[in-house]
Design a binder for this molecule. Structure first.
Ligand SMILES: [Ca+2]
Ligand SMILES: [Ca+2]
Length: 255
């Protein structure tokens, strides 16, 4: 490896310039979901990305089938004011061997029936689904509010709402990157007016940046490169050191 290659590698590793800006990594559109058929796993092929495997969206603890087509909506949510830990949607994202992901945001649209859940939260496997992930509405939407990182439908009457209530945004931040292990995200809805009411999501979009996991030999090369560049710069400043360096004589003059 020549000096210029070493300098490039050092600057790449030091600045993280191999990381791209946060891009949309994949979006669940649920295009192949059929109302009242097909079970609790989204049959739509998940977003294809070589460096990150998107697991299929699944419903747990809810009705036997989706209640509408082309989105992921189910009945059977709890009518309690607190979430039921056994009732959720989930997907698992698995970085490919040698890749790591810095997750940025999750955005999605929501829809409820007139007696569906009024509240929902997003949690992750990083803390075993203990805390609500940071929630916000972006862009603002008069149909939604956030309190304690829980989303809330302002209006109990779904007929006045657009089909897809947009703006739900979860900010993932530094806890989520870079990660090289699988991460599971869950959406829990609760506070249903009736258990037959429905809650669903559509266009669940996950953004972040993917980079290669630095190999141990890259760290070794970076370290060796640093020594090489340092010696090269010293020799340039003081050509007489080149002789000492070439003969691998110990140099105690600087200590
Ligand atoms: Ca859709
Ligand atoms: Ca209602």
């Amino acid at each position: 490896m020549c000096i210029s290659q070493q300098l490039l590698l050092i600057s790449t590793l030091a600045t993280g310039s191999s990381l791209s800006q946060a891009d949309v990594l994949g979006t669940f559109t649920f295009d192949q979901v059929t109302a009242n058929a097909g079970g609790t796993t989204d049959p739509t092929p998940p977003p294809p990305l070589p460096q990150l495997t998107f697991g299929s969206f699944m419903a747990n603890g809810l009705g036997a089938n989706p209640r509408a087509s082309s989105l992921f909506t189910f009945s059977g949510w709890t009518t309690a004011a607190e979430l039921d830990a056994g009732k959720y949607f989930e997907t698992t994202l698995t970085p490919a061997l040698g890749s790591q992901v810095s997750f940025d945001t999750i955005t999605f649209g929501v829809r409820r029936s007139g007696t569906g859940p009024r509240d929902y939260v997003v949690r992750s496997s990083l803390d075993n689904f203990a805390a609500n992930l940071p929630a916000g509405i972006s862009p603002d939407n008069v149909e939604l509010q956030v309190s304690g990182n829980a989303f809330h439908f302002v209006n109990d009457n779904s007929t006045t709402q657009p089909a897809n209530v947009n703006g739900s945004t979860v900010s993932l931040g530094t806890d989520f990157g870079p990660v090289a292990d699988p991460v599971t995200f869950r959406i829990y809805a609760y506070g249903a007016e009736q258990s037959g009411g429905t809650f669903g999501v559509d266009d669940v979009s996950i953004s972040g940046a993917i980079s290669p996991v630095p190999e141990p030999e890259e760290y070794a090369a970076m370290f060796a490169g640093s020594l090489g560049v340092f010696a090269w710069l010293r020799r340039r400043k003081n050509p007489s050191l080149a002789v000492a360096s070439a003969t691998v004589a110990p140099d105690h003059s600087a200590t």
